[in-house]
Design a protein around this ligand. Sequence first.
Ligand code: NAD
Length: 354
Amino acid sequence: MNIKITLLPGDGIGPEITETAVRLIRLIAERYNLIVDYSMQPVGGASIDEFGEPLTEQVLKECYDANAVLLGAVGGEKWENMEHHRKPEAGLLKLRKSLGLYANIRPAKIFPAFVDASSLKAEVLTGTDFVVLRELTGGIYFGEPRGYDDSQGWNTMSYTKEEVDRIVNMAFAMAKERSGKLTSVDKANVLEVSQFWRSRVNEIQNKYPDVALQHMYVDNAAMQIVRDPTQFDVIVTSNMFGDILSDIAGMITGSLGMLPSASLGDQYALYEPVHGSAPDIAGKDMANPIAMLSSVAMMFNHSFQMTQAAEIIEEAIERSLEQGYRTQDIYSEGKELVSLSKMSDIILHNVEKL
Ligand code: NAD
């Protein structure tokens, strides 16, 4: 099989973790006889420095031409004071919107080696395995009008029928594949846009009679995720609520450095770690590569239907943690503290052995 992957390393630790990802992809490609065409392109601050804007049309074209896009992270202090539309993060928003990536998937699954390291008690956490499906290209992050002046600031939260229906259909299909339970999160007690969201979810439920649906207000959902995360299977929600809930869900199962994500549309797919560019540890060979390597596993699974390759990567990560290796963000006493490059070597070695 011939595939093309566009790599967008970005800023901060982005380039370091992308290098590890490429080593992993090469290893998998060798084993499964894949011919991979790589296109490495600047995004975010790196692109601003080179071209004066966070995402150029040329780079966007490279993404349209690829079977999958893998992104490191964008952002940093250097570009923080730029106008809204010229910031590194604006490049990411433009990328998601241009590729039509309306669904963001973030798994929240506890690694057994981590049960005792979480901020939650082991008995609350054991068995946690759910997915947050966040709407990614609509809602308050994109709504117009937006702005501020000397006396007020304003944003607009709106959803069209099409925007709600496509993500909710995906959520029902995903819940059907998993354990058949869907939680739709909104704020329908206060917001009309949420009442509309809820009415669409109820309508679509008629097509999926075997999926058990519950509605939950976002404030309650935040509490329930911390109180009893095992009650959830698939959570579907709007852009801003999903942004917040997926961070809560992520943190209970480990460090930001462990969390992968996939953003999917009807034609394109983007894979990236949940974390940012971590400027505080950039260039120090300290970053945790696991979020990035798990994102590569999600890529093989969703974009190339290579379930076995994805499982091998996940298993190799799990094994490395069980062997006691830890980067500084997940270090605890009695474990072996290792650098980014050492952790990468160990995980890749475990991939080779599996
Ligand atoms: P961050 O995720 O970059 O870092 C938060 C903390 O987590 C830091 O202490 C960092 O060292 C640590 N951390 C993050 N990833 C890690 C990893 N792989 N290994 C070990 N430790 C890790 O968030 P921030 O500090 O709020 O933001 C830094 C920059 O990243 C900002 O410019 C922000 O806008 C940007 N950002 C980008 C994305 C993205 O590209 N998708 C997401 C979030 C933030």
